[in-house]
Design a protein around this ligand. Structure first.
Ligand code: SF4
Ligand code: SF4
Length: 382
């Protein structure tokens, strides 16, 4: 079986609105029957990533607004949402700073797991996690549109729809304030390991922790387990690998797919639409405190009801594109046709795509339906 994906590239090959990326995205949305998966008065989660104080390569509000407008056309009630990464109120501040607010997107902007990142309902997941806390506002929503910015990721090698579901659809903490999402990053009941002999006392880990959970005290690293949400950022920035996250790559990637599957299981079949923007594909996740230059040229947008297909297509496009100069791909001397994402992240993204496929979340075989311009017969003069 082959999944059909609507695709538009990011180019604008003519001086007319109908050739713009925005117009081509509108055209794709017009070709999707929103009334098929959204009922009147349904609360519809538009799940995206709000970014961070240092990252700016997110899905822009102009595209989120287009999605929101389509939900409203079929009389659904959209809300734009993400889950707590840094403390909740600061994260809403980030969203606003990135231009995502009620005025810009035309819908309320809320945290799906609440301002304390604890609101969730436990859902059965699989052999690794057993169960995971799905963010309440996502759990209760009857329909969802997952709008993902495709990029690299420290643990999964690639962040697209499955990562947006698995990490982004679950709550930051459990009801007692302990790590919930972090249970994907860390093996069960384990914590960060600090290697004294390797540590060069640079303090980078202390500076990057958004939850004040790690301190340098008397020349030693102390981790406050009651505050640590197991996000692994400190380990990522430690250049000498003195902070070890206790999990195997396979364990993390399969856990991620399990969590994504759990989130999807809270919806009736066919009630989630996936939109992958392959634009400004930077090597790191959008929650890191910086955003590097893109690895490849903007490829475009993919839209489908199949999260596996849109992620597989995105990975294929990125890995088949020419690496850009002045990027991490160029630093690594990556050539066209190499696995760019693996070369820059050190992780094999295919592992979580395959795991999601095995869980029955979707299909790796896909066919692109390419849109080259907007049909402006009714919209002339825009
Ligand atoms: S994993 Fe590191 S950065 Fe993340 S909360 Fe824990 S100490 Fe802070
Ligand atoms: S980032 Fe690494 S080397 Fe620097 S203080 Fe932290 S553990 Fe030590």
């Amino acid at each position: 079986m082959t999944t059909k994906i609507h695709f538009s590239d990011a180019r604008a090959e003519g001086f007319d609105f109908k050739y713009s990326f925005v117009a081509k995205f509108e055209q794709i949305l017009d070709m999707i029957d929103f009334g098929e998966f959204i009922k009147e008065k349904d609360y519809v989660a538009v799940k995206t990533h709000f970014g961070s104080y240092g990252a700016h390569r997110i899905v822009r509000p102009i595209f989120l607004k287009k999605v929101v407008d389509k939900v409203k056309e079929v009389r659904g009630k959209p809300f734009v949402t993400d889950t707590v990464r840094i403390p909740g109120l600061e994260y809403l501040d980030v969203a606003n700073m990135e231009g995502i607010n009620h005025l810009s997107v035309g819908a309320p902007v809320i945290l799906a797991d609440g301002i304390f990142g604890r609101d969730h309902i436990k859902v059965e997941s699989g052999p690794i996690l057993k169960e995971i806390g799905v963010a309440s506002a996502i759990y209760h929503a009857p329909a969802m549109i997952v709008v993902s910015h495709c990029k690299g990721h420290i643990g999964s090698g690639f962040g697209g729809a499955i990562k947006n579901l698995g990490m982004g659809g679950v709550s930051c903490k459990n009801h007692c304030g302990e790590a919930e999402r972090g249970r994907i990053h860390f093996e069960e009941n384990k914590h960060l390991e600090w290697l004294d002999a390797k540590c060069i006392r640079c303090n980078q880990c202390v500076d990057v922790c958004p939850h004040d959970a790690i301190q340098m005290v008397d020349d030693s690293i102390i981790i406050d387990k009651s505050k640590c949400v197991k996000c692994a950022r400190c380990s990522r920035v430690c250049e000498v690998k003195a902070l070890v996250v206790p999990i195997s790559e396979e364990g993390f990637q399969e856990g991620l797919a399990e969590a994504a599957h759990a989130v999807v299981s809270t919806f009736e079949k066919g009630r989630i639409l996936y939109i992958n923007f392959i634009t400004e594909v930077q090597p790191e996740c959008d929650c890191m405190p910086m955003a590097d230059t893109p690895l490849v040229q903007d490829q475009g947008v993919l839209v489908s009801f199949d999260p596996v297909a849109v992620d597989q297509a995105a990975i294929d496009m990125i890995n088949n594109a020419a690496p850009l100069a002045q990027s991490k791909a160029a630093d690594k001397n990556v050539k066209k046709g190499d696995n760019i994402l693996k070369a820059v992240t050190g992780k094999d993204a295919q592992l979580h795509i395959d795991a999601a496929c095995k869980l029955g979340m979707g299909n790796k075989e896909y066919k692109l339906i390419t849109i080259n311009e907007k049909d402006t017969k009714e919209g002339e003069g825009e």
